[in-house]
Write a protein that binds this ligand. Structure first.
Ligand SMILES: Cc1cc2nc3c(=O)[nH]c(=O)nc-3n(C[C@H](O)[C@H](O)[C@H](O)COP(=O)(O)OP(=O)(O)OC[C@H]3O[C@@H](n4cnc5c(N)ncnc54)[C@H](O)[C@@H]3O)c2cc1C
Length: 492
């Protein structure tokens, strides 16, 4: 159904044509941002559906999973996450994250506090600037500390069915986690869950309603050439369903191909240094689990056997697990870089096979059971959990040569070509904003036309999606992709 009010009055009346290659979270978000304003946008995705690339489950509203990144990256991730909640409220699983330092970890909780204070102060400032930024609760509750005594007291509390206060999120934790293994205090941070299935559903529903977004699924871009006066691009793509090859001309191209971005760069001889990393998370079922679980992160040194363990809860005892060890989430030679000849880093064939085909069953079992064991070091009863499906995996790009970079958005080459380079899904909106600004800078859209909307997020059609329609489509997508439907349902 087309939104009639919108279709009568696009904010921008321009005849420029934009191609976005890649319908992951970056490409879909840009398509929504532009088409909502009335810019003619063609979104070309080689897969069968949108937002079906590497997974995401955590909204990094403050970057607290990464001790190694700069404070500035944390503040950027906070701002971008707040914007993402405001644009995609029905994709968020509203529950906090508990950060615990095991005694085996080299760090101290006190080392984390200055940054957490900085983030909560910045959050307070954002609210003072605009009250609609208050999407993570009260700034003074952005992070809370619980000492051993507080957790011991929670052990005797009845398991809450619904969280009425922040403390309720720690009752099951206090009862099930081996508290002797931790340093204190334990921290509760307002970093929520983020459902890729629900975001895929929102993008699909809204794009369907936007007359200025032309979605081409099952369509792989094969070649791009610059037309004579260098002002236009000819994009050739294969339509898998009809078997035909289509040529279409555009004024501006956005490369949003995720870990394959280097292939498009190479078509245009646009040099770029980047890395690509293959990683996986695992899906487990713990039917005996009781009570409310927050996300739980046990810190640890990446790449060692004590690497961070991350437990992400869903409905009915389903959990997604990360373990930052070489045997669980990370892979030997899973991180590769581009070179002078090609902007596309080459992953070994065994990783490409995992992305393009099914994983061998033994590998699914071994790695998922390894992730369960990794968590059971802290939550003994978690060893009752079993393998609940195929892993959630993929490759992500990291621009430049700093493998720890987490907040990145977009870079430009020449006059009418942009490439998104997001590392975290929450950077997608920032990429869209920067490209919109670039359209204005290169004179394709006038300042008068864009007005305040170059900065202001305008998503009336996207925000019209109802929770029920999002859940219905998200569940359908999870089933189509062979994952338990619980992963697509609202957490609460
Ligand atoms: C295991 C794992 C866990 C993660 N967890 C989180 C998390 O909790 N939170 C978070 O924020 N981030 C997380 N990430 C990172 C997140 O997944 C990525 O940042 C995000 O998915 C990147 O989105 P994208 O749109 O840039 O790329 P993609 O999602 O990869 O989308 C690119 C699209 O381009 C399409 N494409 C490629 N080539 C062509 C072509 N020639 N023609 C047409 N289409 C093409 C692909 O089919 C794909 O759909 C995780 C990543 C991994 C691997």
């Amino acid at each position: 159904m087309i939104n009639s009010q919108f279709s009568q009055s696009p904010l921008i009346n321009s005849d420029i044509k934009i191609a976005i290659i890649g319908g992951g979270v970056a490409g879909s978000t840009i398509a929504l941002r532009f088409a909502e304003l009335g810019i003619d946008t063609t979104l070309i995705e080689k897969g069968q559906s949108l937002v079906n690339g590497p997974p995401f489950c955590h909204l990094h509203a403050g970057g607290n999973l990464y001790r190694e990144i700069s404070d500035q990256q944390c503040l950027t991730l906070l701002e971008q996450s707040i914007d993402s909640i405001k644009v995609y409220p029905h994709s968020i699983n509203y529950r906090p994250t508990v950060i615990a330092l095991p005694k085996t970890d080299h760090g101290e909780v006190a080392d984390l506090l200055p940054r957490l204070q900085k983030i909560s102060q910045h959050y307070a400032k954002l609210i003072a600037k605009d009250l609609s930024n208050k999407v993570l609760g009260e700034p003074e509750n952005y992070f809370l500390s619980f000492d051993r005594n507080a957790l011991e007291r929670l052990k005797s509390k009845e398991l809450p069915k619904q969280a009425k206060c922040n403390e309720d999120w720690l009752v099951a934790f206090a009862q099930q986690v081996d508290l002797d293994k931790l340093k204190y205090p334990v921290l509760l941070v307002q970093e929520y869950g983020w459902s890729a299935f629900r975001l895929a559903a929102i993008a699909s529903i809204a794009i369907d309603k936007l007359p200025r977004c032309h979605l081409k699924l099952n369509s792989k871009v094969l070649n791009i050439t610059q037309l004579v006066n260098n002002e236009k691009w000819r994009v050739s793509y294969a339509d898998d369903l009809s078997g035909s090859k289509i040529n279409d001309d555009f004024d501006y191209i956005i490369n949003a191909c995720g870990f394959k971005s280097g292939e498009i760069d190479d078509m245009l001889q646009a040099k770029r240094q980047r890395m690509v990393e293959f990683k996986a998370a695992y899906v487990a079922h713990w039917p005996q689990c009781e009570g409310l679980w927050p996300e739980v992160v046990f810190y640890g040194e990446r790449g060692t056997p004590n690497g961070m363990a991350q437990l992400t809860p869903y409905q009915n005892g389903y959990f997604q697990l990360h373990g930052m060890t070489q045997d669980i989430t990370l892979f030997d030679k899973g991180l590769v870089a581009s070179n002078d000849e090609s902007a596309q880093p080459l992953l070994a064939k065994r990783f490409i096979n995992k992305i393009d085909q099914d994983w061998p069953l033994t590998l699914i079992n071994d790695r998922t059971l390894g992730s369960i064991e990794h968590l059971a070091r802290y939550i003994t009863n978690f060893s009752q959990a079993s393998v609940a499906g195929k892993p959630m995996f993929g490759a992500q790009q990291i621009p430049g040569d700093d493998a720890t970079l987490r907040a990145a958005d977009v870079s430009f080459h020449g006059k009418h070509y942009a490439r998104t380079e997001i590392v975290k899904a929450s950077s997608a909106l920032a990429a869209a904003d920067a490209i919109l600004q670039n359209l204005q800078n290169v004179g394709l859209v006038s300042k008068e036309q864009l007005g305040e909307y170059v900065q202001k997020h305008y998503f009336p059609v996207t925000l019209e999606c109802t929770e029920t329609e999002v859940t219905n489509l998200a569940v359908k997508l999870a089933c189509q992709r062979n994952y338990p439907e619980e992963l697509a349902k609202n957490f609460m």
